[in-house]
Design a protein around this ligand. Structure first.
Ligand SMILES: [Zn+2]
Length: 173
């Protein structure tokens, strides 16, 4: 690890601390050349195990790219996608396993995405859960309707006349 100020490669560790959740280590370092100080964070490498058994490092941007496709044309910003990626990575890290089956990455995306945008959630879920028929899709809509927050998704699929003066109460948070 080179010094971020002068690029010298000789740095010394002054102090190491394990984070409260035990998932990372912070090291306070000093550069032997310019003597400035900086902090590094050491994280466990998350590994994704594909269905084929092949493994690859978890890359947040790769997880986000699949979500970005589902959000095409939806009012979802890059900042929100970045937050979702962070939330997904945090959830996977908090689960505490170094190796994660690929489908669990998808599963970890579903919750945060549903809170972000119902339509994008349905699109993503239709690919992730491989909906094989319209019936599957309708079952998902019915499930969302039961929990009372399907309004925006249904409007997207079948726009209703906008004469209703009282919008349905939206769940907050
Ligand atoms: Zn330096």
């Amino acid at each position: 690890m080179h010094c971020p100020y002068c690029r010298a490669t000789d740095t010394r560790v002054l102090d190491s601390r394990v984070a409260e959740d035990g998932g990372s280590i912070r090291r306070r370092r000093t550069c032997s050349t310019c003597e400035r100080r900086f902090t590094t964070v050491e994280l466990m490498q998350l590994t994704v195990v594909k269905r084929s058994g092949a493994t690859e490092p978890f890359v947040r941007e790769k997880a986000v790219s699949g979500v970005r496709k589902a959000c095409k044309g939806r009012p979802v910003s890059e900042d929100q996608l970045a937050c979702l990626g962070q939330e997904v990575e945090d959830a996977l890290r908090n689960a505490g396993a170094a190796e994660i089956p690929a489908h669990e990455v998808g599963l970890a995306i579903l919750g945060p995405l549903r809170r972000l945008d119902e339509v994008a959630y349905l699109r993503f879920a239709s690919v992730y859960r491989a909906f094989s028929s319209a019936a599957d899709f309708e079952a998902e809509i019915a499930m969302l309707r039961e929990t009372g927050d399907v309004a925006s998704a249904v409007e997207e699929v079948a726009p209703r006349p906008s004469r209703d003066p009282e919008p349905a109460p939206q769940p907050t948070g």
